[in-house]
Design a protein around this ligand. Structure first.
Ligand code: PGA
Length: 248
């Protein structure tokens, strides 16, 4: 089944998130695609009932430690029973909050240890792409993030390839064609096969919309998409879900 992850970033209050979801239910019929909503951590509880409609929830961020004196953080254990998934190493975390490959390694391992499935985000900057470093950067991010992941655990890991220069809010945003996406996704699957003898679900993210998602799934061979800006627009997001359902 294809997967669509809505990354709401730092938008919407708890009440607004609930209202959005209620309205979304009028646009779509549940099932046929795995839809994961990643609201602000603050709104996770408000949305916990969405699971009865076969939607899943993801945290956008957490700290790898169990409970402790870490003011302002969300412990990985606090996600248990609330979030099914958690984003790890999103480019905005790497860029604005200086998250490193060492952090993503700890977070992936911590999430798996409590039964939360990590969605490890990887992707190069515009400059790295210009310098033809895409493969090296993606390989480093993958190897580091997955360093403690066993072959048995791989089935619970999702990889999201998000070229930073194609994220809709990036400066001078560029277009990652489905062909570009496919070559990065193929590279990621090859790396996983070398490491584990098998692959994991690999998503594409970066300016995904209802009018291009099918090409990323078909031509790009993505197992799904990580959607930012377009997931905040009700009709648009509903159309993304319905378009994804039609792709088998
Ligand atoms: P975008 O964001 O869909 O707005 O490009 C994707 C993301 O940052 O996850």
């Amino acid at each position: 089944m294809k997967m669509v992850v809505a990354n709401w970033k730092m938008h919407m209050s708890g009440a607004e998130s609930e209202r959005f979801f209620k309205d979304l239910m009028k646009e779509v019929t549940p099932g046929g695609v795995e839809v994961v909503i990643a609201p602000s951590n603050f709104a996770l509880y408000s949305l916990s009932k969405i699971k009865q409609w076969q939607f899943s929830l993801a945290a956008q961020n957490f700290y790898h430690m169990d409970y402790g004196a870490y003011t302002g953080e969300t412990a990985v254990r606090q996600l248990v029973g609330v979030a099914d998934y958690a984003l790890v190493g999103h480019s905005e975390r790497r860029q604005y909050f200086r998250e490193t490959n060492k952090d993503t390694r700890r977070k992936v391992a911590a999430a798996l240890s409590v039964g939360v499935k990590p969605i490890l985000c990887v992707g190069e900057t515009a400059m790295e792409r210009e310098n033809k470093e895409t493969d090296d950067v993606v390989r480093d991010q993958l190897l580091a993030g997955l360093a403690d992941v066993t072959p048995t655990q791989l089935k619970d890991v999702v990889i999201a390839y998000e070229p930073r220069w194609a994220i809709s809010t990036a400066k001078n945003v560029g277009v990652c064609t489905p062909e570009d996406a496919r070559s990065a996704l193929t590279f990621i699957r090859q790396q996983l096969k070398e490491l584990y003898g098998k692959t994991a679900r690999v998503l594409y993210g970066g300016s995904v919309k209802s009018d291009n998602i099918v090409s990323y799934l078909k031509k790009g061979e993505a197992d799904g998409a990580l959607v930012g800006g377009a997931s905040l627009q009700l009709k648009e997001f509903g159309d993304i879900i319905e378009a994804t359902k039609a792709v088998r």
